[in-house]
Ligand binder design. Structure first.
Ligand code: ADP
Length: 463
């Protein structure tokens, strides 16, 4: 059974139960009230009836007068003589011989105190009163006044009719109200149920618009928030999935290229009549490509560790000047080979960071600077900025146009793919720099002008 039907039935059953209980109690109460009023009435009436009947003359008008008294009072009257035998009865009933005589027990009772007796037993269908007469002009000795309880209860019929009519009208109204009310409660629940079903089916684009400030409104808002969250999570998952696919495609591509070159070099080396100079050239090419694959894997491991290892960075206090000097010496031959002037203007500062990782950052920035500069100079310098030390690498190279700057630190992003590969680049150098500095809570910045040169810088806190 639907919630709507359950609610409607609950209201109706509660109402029927309530009205039946109240009306039964009221009718019972009114019946008792009418009966006790009837008892008082019959006792009072019996007194004046006794006085009237005592004064009746025993002539031919006796019966007629008695009839008038009975019809005026609305009671059934029975008069008995001294011996308890029926003397007159109005209105007349064909009754058994036994009831035409007053019970002897009753007579004894009258003789003793002459009081009235009201017989009112639950099973009796009559209210009865007896009185001992002191007749003046007739032979009547006892008077029995009775009335059917049915007549006393007469007003209840009307009251019951009013109650039942009221009950049916109320049931009709309740039916109408409860159906409307149940509908107003269940309609939003059905909407919520549909929205929840849609969300579970993966349709998170809908937005439930229930303008309510009650619990249902709160539930709708929670459902909307849930759908929003799922929508964002789905988009993020899609984005990550695409990114991962792209990443694998890039790795495959990056490995396939040097492998092809190595395979080609080996093919050439297999030739018997290859002169020594060419042999040397192909061996060197194969070696360079192997180094490139090596570098690629090294960078990939760094990035993977950055993604998954909380212990990726081991911070300590170290002298930035020492690290810069060491890296400068490492890359010096490359710069020298290209006729570049490599200058370090660095003061001895103690900073906080992972010296090995900062060494890798500087090495990547310097090798890039050397790679993309064909003439001029490369300068590494440090300067203080409040509690931090800023490390800068400036070159007078080819520079980077504005449109590339946003994506420069993305994995495998290059401004010129062919040129980068030519120079043995993996396309991961700057993303490794970014990951390492992110893990330090620092940021790498770039400023560049095409044809003029570039400046990369980052800061580390002083120890
Ligand atoms: P790569 O292995 O290609 O050097 P990186 O991530 O280190 O990969 O650099 C990404 C790209 O950024 C390079 O391919 C190059 O186009 C550009 N780039 C990086 N450093 C410089 C620089 N100093 N001058 C000019 N372009 C640079």
């Amino acid at each position: 059974m639907s919630i709507r039907a359950k609610l409607a039935w609950t209201f109706i059953l509660l109402l029927i139960f309530g009205i039946t209980a109240i009306s039964s109690y009221s009718i019972l109460f009114i019946r008792n009230f009418l009966l006790s009023e009837g008892e008082k009435q019959i006792i009072n009436d019996t007194r004046w009836l006794a006085i009237t009947i005592q004064n009746l003359r025993s002539d031919e008008d006796f019966e007629t007068n008695l009839n008038e008294i009975a019809s005026a009072s609305g009671y059934h009257l029975a008069i008995y003589d001294e011996n308890g035998i029926i003397y007159a009865e109005v209105p007349y009933h064909e009754t058994s011989v036994a009831s035409r005589q007053l019970q002897s027990g009753l007579r004894d009772h009258f003789v003793r105190d002459g009081t009235l007796i009201v017989a009112d037993h639950i099973n009796d269908d009559q209210l009865v009163a007896y009185v001992l007469l002191q007749p003046i002009h007739n032979a009547a000795a006892y008077l029995k006044v009775s009335i059917r309880k049915e007549l006393i209860y007469e007003p209840i019929k009307t009251i019951r009719w009013i109650i039942y009519t009221g009950m049916f009208i109320s049931i009709g109204l309740v039916l109408l109200v409860s159906i409307t009310f149940a509908r107003s409660i269940t309609l939003p629940i059905l909407q919520l149920e549909k929205a929840a079903r849609d969300i579970s089916d993966g349709n998170t684009d809908q937005n439930l618009n229930l303008d309510r400030s009650d619990e249902i409104g709160t539930l709708a808002k929670s459902l909307n928030r849930m759908a929003d969250r799922l929508r964002t999570d789905n988009l993020e998952l899609k984005r990550l999935y695409q990114k991962q696919n792209q990443f694998f495609a890039d790795i495959t591509h990056e490995i396939r290229n040097p492998l092809h070159t190595i395979a080609g070099s080996l093919e050439m080396l297999k030739m018997n009549n290859l002169d020594e100079a060419l042999k040397e050239k192909y061996i060197l090419t194969a070696e360079r490509q192997t180094q490139r694959i090596n570098r690629l894997f090294k960078d990939l491991v760094t990035l993977q560790r950055f993604d998954s290892d909380d212990q990726f960075i081991q911070k300590e206090s170290f002298d930035i000047q020492k690290i810069v000097t060491y890296v400068r010496e490492t890359v010096e031959p490359e710069a020298h080979e290209k006729g570049l002037h490599l200058k370090a203007d660095v003061d001895p500062y103690n900073v906080i960071g992972d010296p090995d990782k900062i060494e890798q950052v500087l090495e990547n920035l310097l090798t890039n600077a050397i790679k993309f500069t064909s003439g001029g100079s490369i300068v590494i310098n440090t300067r203080e900025d409040n509690d931090n030390v800023i490390v800068e690498v400036t070159d007078t190279g080819i520079g980077i146009s504005e449109e590339h700057l946003d994506r420069l630190f993305d994995r495998f992003y290059r401004t010129d793919k062919a040129r980068s590969r030519d120079k043995g680049g993996t396309g991961l150098g700057l993303s490794v720099v970014k990951s390492i500095l992110d893990a330090h809570g620092s940021t790498v910045h770039v400023e560049s002008k095409q044809g003029k040169g570039s400046r990369f810088w980052f800061s580390l806190p002083k120890a």
